[in-house]
Design a protein around this ligand. Structure first.
Ligand SMILES: [Zn+2]
Length: 94
């Protein structure tokens, strides 16, 4: 059973790399990724989790509250005004 032996070797190699903290196994799927301290999920799962978090009502509510803050509103207005003038200038230059 050569295939099994190869598989064994592969697993052994992976285990060795894990013990050396070169790679680690994702906590949500069975993907290996480069070891980074305190990182427990692969990039794909991290993104999926972040997306999920943003969809949660309490997070949405917090975001909404944040955007209602006067200083945040002011900053956004400033940004929009800057953008408006940049676009206007571009149009005038055409
Ligand atoms: Zn994952």
């Amino acid at each position: 059973m050569e295939i099994f032996d190869e598989k064994d070797e592969e697993v052994k190699r992976l285990m060795l790399r894990i013990s050396r903290k070169e790679i680690t196994l994702c906590d949500s799927c069975d993907t290996f990724f480069d070891y980074i301290p305190r990182k427990i999920s692969c990039d794909g799962c991290m993104k999926a989790k972040a997306r999920e978090r943003r969809q949660r009502p309490e997070v949405k509510e917090r975001m909404r509250e944040y955007q209602q803050r006067p200083e945040v509103k002011a900053k956004r207005r400033e940004y929009m005004r800057g953008r408006y003038h940049r676009l206007k200038k571009l149009r005038e230059e055409e």
